[in-house]
Ligand binder design. Structure first.
Ligand SMILES: [Fe+2]
Length: 248
């Protein structure tokens, strides 16, 4: 029995493909078949796979039907987190999704799931990604104050959702946590954030996140051990479509 994770499958069996890199980059060619084969090679039905968001390009549930069917057909238990592109998933209607897909898929948002003696907690997260850029001397340029303010509100809301997930697990007596986010816990300007602080406060063993895809973004946030917590990026193209083993 093992716990695996991956993110950013960006499936589009029924919907329009919107990302240029997904059309041009070699890593995305036939990625649905490659990922399925990799899962079947390493996973069994006793395993659990957490998919950390950006499952589908579909604009609504009807447009995601085949994408979610593809995920249902992967081996093992599947737990899904909400990504910024998952338009089919209304954050306030997660219970409804859990009812609709009962026995097939589990949706992680304002709740938690159990794996062995661990509570799997998580939320989409959020981090300010601009508009801003670093010039050749490392100075921040093009900072958009209005966008930064909006981002602050999003970060606050998502951190509250994350705490709700932790508190639900804690109230049921869980003491060991793996924390999942779609967005990275920090942006390229930060060394810590409200998310790293929450992770430290609840003494999580690992933080798993996606969202950063395309080679230029792979090192936007923390990878490896920091203050006794292991941080892992699991975006699909970063993992070359091999699910990452999180726990044995
Ligand atoms: Fe993505």
């Amino acid at each position: 029995m093992s716990l695996y994770a991956i993110g950013d499958l960006h499936l589009h069996f029924q919907s329009e493909l919107k990302a240029k890199n997904q059309i041009e980059d070699k890593i995305w060619q036939n990625h649905e078949a490659i990922f399925k084969e990799n899962c079947n090679n390493v996973m069994t039905d006793d395993d659990t796979l957490v998919l950390v968001g950006d499952h589908s390009w579909g604009k609504n549930l009807a447009e995601c039907e085949k994408d979610l069917e593809y995920i249902c057909d992967l081996p093992g238990r599947k737990i899904l987190l909400r990504g910024n592109h998952d338009m089919f998933w209304d954050a306030k209607k997660t219970d409804k999704l859990n009812e609709m897909f009962a026995g097939k898929l589990e949706f992680l948002q304002n709740n938690y799931f159990v794996y062995a003696d661990y509570a799997l907690v998580g939320t989409k997260g959020y981090t300010f990604e601009g508009p801003f850029y670093l010039d050749q001397y490392g100075y921040i340029q093009g900072w958009d104050e209005a966008e930064a303010e909006h981002a602050e509100k999003m970060v606050k809301r998502e951190s509250e959702r994350l705490i709700a997930s932790f508190e639900a697990a804690k109230a049921d007596g869980y003491k060991k946590f793996i924390m999942f986010l779609h967005y990275p816990p920090t942006n390229i300007l930060q060394t810590n954030s409200i998310y790293t602080k929450i992770a430290e406060q609840y003494k999580v063993e690992q933080v798993i996140y996606g969202h950063c895809h395309g080679e230029s973004r792979f090192h936007d946030s923390i990878i490896g051990k920091k203050r006794r917590i292991k941080y892992s990026l699991v975006s699909g193209d970063f993992l070359r479509w091999k699910p990452m083993q999180i726990l044995k």
